[in-house]
Design a binder for this molecule. Structure first.
Ligand SMILES: Cc1cc2nc3c(=O)[nH]c(=O)nc-3n(C[C@H](O)[C@H](O)[C@H](O)COP(=O)(O)O)c2cc1C
Length: 409
């Protein structure tokens, strides 16, 4: 299977925002969610983000908004089975993390099952999420991520095997999905039902197609559809940029909880805002640049621990976060460049000390889109992928021989 199918997405670039700008009008009712034995008091999820949601960032988010679910970035099942050191590092949790939540990604049911077996036998997590939402070409061209639910047999088998293994240890399994590959090839209805039938304790729907990638708008009406079809909790995902968006999503869709990705990049305090909003409070956190600077230093310190004392790796990892933290603040290009050239904690502390401590949080970036917002030009799929909803023997042979070790976003 060296060839691949490519869907041209030109006609996916027109997208209508199904939501209104109206703020939620009534008090939104949100209840704790139980995923089997895992109790999520405030059903707000830090959505897994590769390269972002390692434990230092999760700890910062959890400190602002305790009682939610903070999911680690996806771990490639094959890399975990091979005991790849990078994958093992991503499986680590900080001692204070209340719920150890891991996400696995894979195409080969046997390998994903082996990875789940490692998680169970080595007591690595309290919750396992399965990634069926990744739109990245490197992943979908191998039938993985958001391409996978199209093949209902494969989708079902992966969930079945992982649930069977995790059930032994009473570890709840959830699935994260998109609407489909494009609007002519939607998958979320069947995927939601299959996940429920096979014992998933919840489903998260990012209401975009693979073709939409991160462009346009997450179509929350699709979240509402899934909520009305399933008995298990549905977490709504996509385009929550501020606490009012979280309230609006719950109000408009009836979802059991919300999952936040890009909105908290450089804004871990968004979890505090959402917690307040769900409690009916209008309190919001808009830190000064001085306060943001202190978060940057703390983030750098935590990353240094994450990288076993390697400050250079820590501050390199920090770079993207610094760009997000400083977004919209009146910080000149020279200072931003200086942050990008930091090689040690002392360098970061020096740059932070020079920031204007009293600069207020910039109004124009409060609760506004951030991070990746583009459409994908093409959807890459294995050759003939869309011809049938089930996999042929040949397709399986070809797919499973070539599961990437590192399928990062
Ligand atoms: C940089 C980046 C990395 C991501 N990595 C993952 C991942 O590892 N697993 C996953 O299921 N989704 C991943 N996602 C998708 C997010 O979890 C989320 O579904 C998506 O960003 C939509 O939510 P948002 O609008 O709140 O950002 C990633 C998104 C971004 C921007």
């Amino acid at each position: 299977m060296s060839e691949e199918a490519v869907i041209d997405c030109a006609d996916e670039t027109v997208s209508v925002d199904p939501r209104t700008d109206a703020k939620p009008t009534s008090a939104v009712r949100i209840a704790p969610v139980d995923l089997g034995p895992v109790h999520v008091e405030t059903p707000v999820v830090l959505s897994p983000m590769a390269g972002v949601t390692n434990w230092p960032f999760r700890v910062l988010c959890e400190e602002y908004g305790p009682d939610g679910l903070y999911v680690a970035e996806m771990i490639t099942a094959r890399a975990l089975v091979a005991r790849n050191p990078k994958a093992l590092r991503l499986c680590r949790f900080a001692p204070g993390e209340r719920i150890r939540s891991l996400q696995l990604y894979g195409v080969n049911p046997g390998i994903v099952e082996q990875a789940a077996r490692i998680v169970v036998d080595e007591d690595m997590a309290d919750h396992v999420d399965l990634n069926f939402g990744c739109p990245v070409p490197k992943v979908t061209r191998r039938g993985g991520g958001s391409a996978l639910p199209w093949k209902t047999d494969l989708f079902r088998e992966i969930i079945q095997r992982v649930v069977r293994v995790c059930d032994e240890a009473n570890i709840p399994v959830t699935a994260k999905i998109r609407v489909g590959i494009d609007h002519d090839h939607e998958t979320f209805h069947e995927a939601g039902h299959i996940a429920q039938e096979e014992g998933c304790k919840a489903v998260t729907l990012h209401a975009r197609t693979t073709a939409e990638y991160y462009g346009g708008h997450s179509d929350w009406s699709r979240i509402g559809e899934l909520v009305s079809e399933l008995d298990i909790p549905v977490f709504g995902n996509g385009d929550i940029w501020g606490a009012d968006d979280a309230l609006a999503m719950v109000e408009q869709t009836g979802c059991a909880g919300v999952a936040i990705g890009r909105g908290c990049q450089g804004r871990p305090w968004l979890f505090a805002d959402i917690k307040h909003a769900f409690a009916g409070s209008g309190e919001r956190t808009n830190p000064t640049l001085g306060e943001v600077g202190r978060i940057i230093v703390r983030h750098a310190q935590l990353l240094t621990e994450f990288y076993d004392g390697d400050e250079r790796m820590a501050v390199h990892d920090l770079r993207k976060h610094v760009a997000w933290y400083l977004k919209g603040f009146p910080v000149g290009g020279a200072t931003r460049r200086a942050f990008m050239e930091c090689e040690s904690l002392a360098d970061v502390e020096r740059e932070v000390a020079q920031l204007d401590q009293d600069a207020p949080y910039p109004e124009r970036v409060v609760d506004k889109p951030r991070g990746r917002v583009r459409f994908q030009k093409k959807v890459h799929l294995p050759y003939g992928w869309l011809d049938s909803r089930t996999t042929t023997h040949e397709e399986r042979e070809a797919l499973f021989g070539d599961d990437p070790m590192d399928a990062s976003y």
